[in-house]
Design a protein around this ligand. Structure first.
Ligand SMILES: Nc1nc2c(c(=O)[nH]1)N[C@H]1C(S)=C(S)[C@@H](COP(=O)(O)O)O[C@H]1N2
Ligand SMILES: [Mo]
Length: 524
């Protein structure tokens, strides 16, 4: 039986109980599970179980904001379930506590099964469940007392029929005061714990202070490598603008002093390296264009950086891969993994590297600090493991990477593509000579030609920038005599082997998109 108002107040009690749960849990996280508490674990769990098409949708809809969007969605789910738990507890004890304990159990499971979870990582969820249940029981008991008191037939004060019944007023005040105190304390404690955690995780300061050795060889951008066209993507993508794609809800923080790389599996000599071990070998610069398999035709999940690193082949040669191995499973501290053909990592002609620097700085945290892999010509998800911690030499038959059971191809070379950066759809241009310009890439092979067609007319040769290397994209430009009206512009590329970019559209799933980009432009 619910009375007017008691529904809302029981929902509020549920929400206050959930806030108490989260505050107690998050306050214990720094002490017990530095890899992340219930929020991070549940979010990570959702990311891992969400079907691939939904994940594609999230990346294409929210882009770089896919993680905040997930957190907001989770937050709404928690609020709604908490309100339901409150109402349930009011209507039928102890159903609300049962629901809360069930949610706590799920968060505990998500926390202890997370990669890198320690022996104490169950504590925040367990303590949170205890605190939340206690708050829920207390608040709902007070609420019931208030409702019961209001229902009692106490004689009204003569002459003032509107004055509340004394017993009801007392129990009402008791409920509201307790709700406010617990709610405020929980919010303060939760926020305080977060701030304290942020202040003590000084990885960004350590990163800023890390001095990489000077590279033995550097990449210089030759004259003519960069075209000067308004609206054209720069040849080298600044770190701040570099696309980011990963499954990490919070960026892993790794202390470079305790970081180790293990090489194991089918090798004669398992090896372990510290960051100093790697840096002492000497570093060189490599220009490599990274591409995400989720990059659709005309998309921007592609970026070009000058990476500082060391060749993977040298390390593998010391470990001595055994006969029969054909894959290296690279693993991140957060449980992510990628399957890279062993041959791509041992090939003398291919600069597969462990990168420690990006455009002259230590790797930014979101791009894999302190060490990630970069392999020219392979999509990021099968090669570019960030926050790298282990290379296991194995076989495609025996092992699979994060995305493989989720339907993506175990092997995925980057498909040649070309893109129009300017003019842009939705931005009309004035009639006259208009530069059409963009980027084209066919990593490891190189781009030989870019062709542009206006209104499906004859293909015209665009002028190419001088390529930095076969592993990077090139810029292209074509002067167009634009006449008023609407026009279609189509672009396609030819690689250095004489292969033409595939015209037929293919979706991202399962191994990358194909198709020529065709845009409609208005000329005024
Ligand atoms: N640890 C980890 N590494 C990862 C991923 C990931 O989810 N986790 N995503 C991969 C994918 S799909 C791509 S495209 C590249 C993107 O690298 P960036 O974020 O530095 O651009 O990282 C790869 N490395
Ligand atoms: Mo990707």
């Amino acid at each position: 039986m619910m009375r007017r108002g008691s529904g809302i107040w029981s929902a509020v009690s549920g929400i206050v109980a959930a806030v108490a749960f989260l505050a107690v849990a998050e306050a214990l996280v720094p002490l017990t599970s530095p890899g992340g508490g219930p929020i991070v674990a549940v979010g990570g769990f959702v990311i891992d179980v969400v079907p691939s098409p939904l994940k594609e949708f999230a990346i294409s809809t929210f882009g770089e904001n896919d993680k905040p969007a997930l957190l907001i969605g989770l937050g709404i789910a928690v609020l709604v379930s908490a309100a339901i738990a409150g109402i349930l507890q009011y209507v039928r004890r102890p159903l609300g506590v049962v629901l809360l304990a069930f949610a706590g159990m799920l968060s505990l499971l998500a926390t202890v099964t997370r990669a890198g979870a320690g022996g104490l990582s169950w504590i925040p969820s367990a303590a949170g469940t205890l605190a939340g249940s206690l708050v829920l029981i207390l608040l709902i008991a007070r609420l019931r007392a208030w409702v019961a008191a209001s229902a009692e037939n106490v004689p009204r004060i003569p002459g003032n029929p509107a004055a509340p019944q004394p017993a009801a007023a007392v129990s009402r005040r008791a409920f509201l005061r307790m709700t406010a105190i617990i709610g405020a304390t929980a919010v303060l404690a939760g926020v305080g714990a977060r701030l304290l955690g942020a202040a003590t995780s000084s990885i960004s300061a350590i990163r800023d202070e890390l001095n990489l050795p000077a590279p033995r060889t550097t990449v210089t951008v030759p004259d003519g490598a960069e075209l000067d066209v308004d609206g054209l993507t720069p040849l080298i993508t600044p770190n701040a603008d570099f696309y980011r794609v990963d499954t990490a809800l919070v960026i892993p923080t790794i202390d470079p002093a305790s970081w180790r790389l293990v090489i194991d599996g089918m090798v004669d000599r398992p090896l372990e390296f510290s960051l100093d071990d790697l840096l002492a070998r000497g570093v060189d610069e490599y220009a490599i264009t990274l591409t995400c398999v989720s990059n659709d035709v005309g998309g921007d999940l592609v970026g070009n950086a000058i990476w500082t690193g060391i060749p993977v082949r040298d390390l593998l040669a010391e470990a001595g891969p055994r006969r029969g191995a054909d894959m290296v499973l690279s693993r991140s501290v957060d449980g992510y993994s990628a399957s890279t053909p062993l041959a791509s990592l041992t090939d003398d002609g291919l600069d597969a590297i462990l990168a420690v620097g990006m455009n002259g700085e230590p790797l930014p945290a979101e791009h894999g600090f302190p060490v990630r892999m970069v392999v020219p010509g392979l999509y990021g998800y099968v090669s570019a493991t960030k926050w790298l911690t282990r290379l296991t030499v194995t076989t495609f038959a025996d092992d699979e990477a994060y995305w493989t059971p989720r339907g993506y191809s175990a092997k995925a070379p980057i498909k040649m593509s070309s893109r129009i950066d300017t003019p842009r759809i939705g931005s009309p241009v004035e009639a006259g000579t208009v530069p059409i310009a963009g980027m084209a890439w066919a990593q490891t092979v190189g781009i030989a030609q870019v062709e542009v067609s206006i209104d499906d007319g004859a293909w015209q040769q665009a002028t190419l920038s001088h390529p930095l290397s076969d592993d990077t994209w090139v810029q292209w430009v074509l002067a167009w005599d634009a006449t008023p009206g609407t026009h279609y512009i189509t672009v396609r590329a030819v690689d250095a082997d004489g292969e033409r970019q595939i015209e037929e559209r293919a979706p991202i799933y399962p191994d990358g998109s194909t198709g020529w980009q065709r845009i409609l432009i208005t000329v005024t």
